[in-house]
Design a protein around this ligand. Sequence first.
Ligand SMILES: *Cc1c(COP(=O)(O)O)cnc(C)c1O
Length: 388
Amino acid sequence: MKNLEENPLLMIPGPTPVPHFLLMELSHAMINHRGAEFAELFSEILEGMKWLFQTKNDMMVFPASGTGAMEASLVNVLSPGDRVLSVSIGAFGDRYATIAKNFGAEVVKLDMEWGNAVNPDDVKKALQKEKNIKAVLLTQNETSTGVVNPVEAVAKIVKDYGALLLVDAISGLGAVELQSDAWGVDCTVAGSQKAMMIPPGLSFVSVSQNAWEAHKNAKMPRYYWDFSNLKKWTAKNQTPYTPALPQLFALRASLKWLKNYGLKENFKRHQLMGKMARAGANALSFHILAKEECASPCVTAVCGREGVDIKKVRAILRDKYNIVTAGGQGKLEDKIFRIGHLGWVFPSDLIRTFSALELALEDCGVSVEKGSAVRACERVILEAEKTK
Ligand SMILES: *Cc1c(COP(=O)(O)O)cnc(C)c1O
């Protein structure tokens, strides 16, 4: 069944598939990172990233995975002993809290049951109750549960209380609307291997005026992540240490593609794919972990059901049909599987995935009506065409 020459279809929420025209960019010859060609490349990227983040603020670019930029957003604006409110709706929200705690912040946690978004009123209540909260940590798109948080509504509340808002937008930025400046996000954190469609290895933080003010007195230890040092070099279109050149070449081309395709169009395609994934899974009698109103356009967490060995189904999808899906994280490890539809993924990829899922279930002895999930996906597409 499987074409061994073909790359697996990566239906996971990162790293996401890299299209051929971007893979080619990775084989660009190395250049001098202190020379004119690099300055031109880097300046183009800084400008493009500001467009993607919808910001006029300073942009920090790190040769690191997303978690590095999460750490950077904390250690540059906080001091040990500072109180932060960490909103967590899943594994990545927990990670943000842990980093803050490990660097000596006093972390107040606001935890939601996994599968839910935060209710902005709960953030308000927590800010009212807890005194002297210096920063609020929030995940835009919680990849472990397939849930999107109401960033704009939370941002409004956080402003009223004079706290900084730091948002982990690693798996959402570029696929789900996030207006850094208009909504008042002080640090927006993103990574290269999700909606940007390039390999892992780059991460980013935008830094607002208020974040710079906080930075002046921020005492958490840092060297590699220091914003001031980075800004000094960025002003010359250089980086303080050796940049991840292949990823930067690919990023330039990816930004060009995104600009041409259109950000709004990209948001729309992801919305459509989210709807398809939920409709397809429902047609096969699976429940979706996320509540419909906060379900992610980037990744769908599908709950296991009686009589279905999801590990076995995923193995057949991989070994027989060459389609890779993701398992659950943390306490959801054996309870869910996740279908990523993020980055260089298109509606036709979901049709292929659900067709294979129907057959893989059959292989596991689970009887489902063949074609029902595919039909549900097609219906979503046709409806979207009608309302265009
Ligand atoms: C992928 C992801 C991260 C971690 O990024 P790494 O590049 O693996 O360090 C953090 N937060 C969210 C929401 C993510 O999806």
